[in-house]
Design a protein around this ligand. Structure first.
Ligand code: TRH
Length: 388
C-alpha cells in the first residue's frame, strides 16, 4: 500500500507558497510514488503557475496529485498517514480532531521557509507537542547544509537542464518571439517586487557598451517599468528599446517554462524563495531580492545566503556580487547602481564560472523530497506517534 500524504497550503500572497507546495507534491507523487493530496485555499494563484489547474473545481487530479479546494467550513476527510502544513498554516480544527482520533496518529510535519542562517540546522527536526491533543508536530527546515532538510530539486533536473542548454534554447527563444542572442549580448530575466533601485538598474543597462535584452514576465514590477519607459502600461507581447537595452514583456509562464527562461538567460533577477532556488539550480548568475519582512529581517537572510554563496569566489568578484545583491535589497552601505553594475560586468566571467560551481556544490545539502520521505518513514517505523 502506498503511504498517504496530505499537504495543506494557505496562499498568503504571491506565488511562493503554492509554488513550493506544488513542486513538493509533484515530487512526492512522481518520484516517490506516494498517494498525495494537496489542499489549496487559492486555486486562482495555483492556476497562474500551473494553467492546467481548474480554479473552480473542488476536486481534480493533476500530475498524479489529488488536488482539493481547501474551503471553510472544511468538509470531513480521513487524514493521511503523513500530514504537512506548509509554512505553519493552521490546519482546520475538524481535521486536527480527526488526526488525533487516528491510531496511530499521522506523522505531522510543519514545512518551514528556507533560510541559509546557521540556526536552521539546530531547529531542523525538532518536535513540538500539541497543547491539547495527543499529536506531535515536527519542524522541517529546508536549508543549504547536510544537517538541514535540504533543497527542493528533482532527481533529473541537471540532465534536463543540460539537454535544454545543448539543444533547446533556439526553440525556446523562438517560442517567446526572440532570435538567438548576438555574440556579445546579455540576456537577463527580471522577476521582482516593486524596487526603488529599478530605475538606476535600467539606466545602467541602457548605458551599457554591449546589448542587453531583459525579459520580464508580467507581474508586480510592470507599473514601475512602465513609469521608467514613460508609457501608460506595458503588456505581454510588447517590446521597448532604450539605448543598449531591449525590454520584452512576457506572459506569466508556467512553472516549467519559467525554469527554461532561467536556464536560457545569462543572468536572472529573482525574488522570494522558490525562484531564488530555481535560479541557483540554473547554474547561472543571479541577483536575489529577498521577500521584504518587518524590521528588515530579510537582510539577515540575504547576508546569510551571500556568506554561503560567495565561498570560493575571488575577493573582487565576491564584492561585486554582494554589492549588486545588497543594493538591489536597499541595504545602504553600497555604491550607486551604476557602480554596482560596472563592477558586476567587470567580473562577469568569474561570476559565471562560480554560478556553475555553486550549482554542483548545492547537491551536498541533499534533496528535500527524499529527506522528507526518510524523515516521515522513520517516524512511522519507530512508531513515534505519541507526544511523549
Ligand atoms: O512569488 P514570490 O514572491 O513568493 C513569496 C516567497 O515565497 C516568500 O518567501 C513568501 O514568504 C511569500 O511568497 C509569501 O516568489 P517565489 O518564492 O520565487 O515564488 C514564485 C513562484 O512563481 C515560483 O514557483 C516560480 C513561479 N513562477 C512561474 O511559475 N512563472 C513565472 O513566470 C514566474 C516569474 C514565476
Amino acid at each position: 500500500m502506498r503511504t498517504t500524504w496530505d499537504i495543506f497550503c494557505n496562499v498568503v500572497d504571491n506565488y511562493g507558497d503554492i509554488g513550493i507546495a506544488w513542486r513538493l507534491a509533484r515530487g512526492l507523487a512522481g518520484e516517490h510514488g506516494l498517494a498525495v493530496r494537496l489542499w489549496v485555499d487559492d486555486l486562482h494563484a495555483f492556476h497562474r503557475i500551473w494553467p492546467a489547474i481548474n480554479p473552480d473545481a473542488a476536486e481534480q487530479s493533476c500530475e498524479g496529485v489529488a488536488v482539493r479546494a481547501w474551503r471553510t467550513p472544511f468538509a470531513a476527510a480521513v487524514p493521511a498517514q503523513v500530514v504537512i502544513d506548509a509554512f505553519g498554516c493552521a490546519l482546520p480544527e475538524s481535521y486536527l480532531a480527526a488526526m488525533s482520533e487516528r491510531s496511530p496518529p499521522p506523522v505531522w510535519i510543519n514545512l518551514e521557509y528556507l533560510s541559509a542562517e546557521p540556526w536552521v540546522a539546530e531547529h531542523h527536526g525538532l518536535p513540538s507537542p500539541h497543547p491539547r491533543l495527543p499529536l506531535t508536530r515536527y519542524f522541517f527546515f529546508p536549508g543549504y547544509t547536510a544537517e538541514t532538510g535540504g533543497l527542493l530539486v528533482e532527481a533529473d533536473l541537471a540532465g534536463r537542464r543540460a539537454a535544454f542548454v545543448r539543444a533547446g534554447t533556439a526553440a525556446f527563444w523562438r517560442r517567446i518571439g526572440l532570435d538567438m542572442p548576438q555574440a556579445n549580448e546579455l540576456r537577463v530575466s527580471l522577476f521582482a517586487y516593486e524596487n526603488p533601485a529599478l530605475p538606476g538598474l535600467l539606466d545602467a543597462w541602457a548605458a551599457d557598451a554591449r546589448p542587453i535584452t531583459c525579459l520580464v514576465p508580467e507581474g508586480r514590477i510592470i507599473p514601475q517599468l512602465a513609469a521608467w519607459l514613460a508609457v501608460a502600461d506595458a503588456r505581454a507581447g510588447e517590446a521597448y528599446r532604450r539605448g543598449a537595452l531591449r525590454l520584452h514583456i512576457l506572459p506569466f509562464l508556467n512553472q516549467d517554462a519559467y525554469d527554461h527562461l532561467l536556464w536560457a538567460c545569462d543572468l536572472n533577477f529573482v525574488r522570494g524563495e522558490d525562484s531564488c532556488v530555481r535560479a541557483q539550480w540554473a547554474a547561472r548568475p543571479l541577483v536575489w531580492q529577498a521577500y521584504p519582512q518587518p524590521d528588515e529581517a530579510h537582510w539577515d537572510k540575504l547576508d546569510a545566503l551571500l556568506a554561503h554563496y560567495l565561498e570560493g569566489l575571488n575577493q573582487e568578484a565576491a564584492h561585486a556580487v554582494s554589492g549588486m545583491w545588497r543594493h538591489w535589497n536597499g541595504m545602504s552601505d553600497v555604491d550607486d547602481m551604476a557602480a554596482c553594475w560596472a563592477a558586476w560586468r567587470a567580473h562577469q566571467v568569474a561570476i559565471e564560472a562560480h554560478a556553475a560551481n555553486w550549482c554542483d556544490r548545492l547537491g551536498l545539502a541533499g534533496r528535500l523530497t527524499g529527506k522528507l520521505v526518510d524523515f516521515a518513514e522513520n517516524k512511522i517505523k519507530c512508531g513515534v506517534f505519541s507526544n511523549s
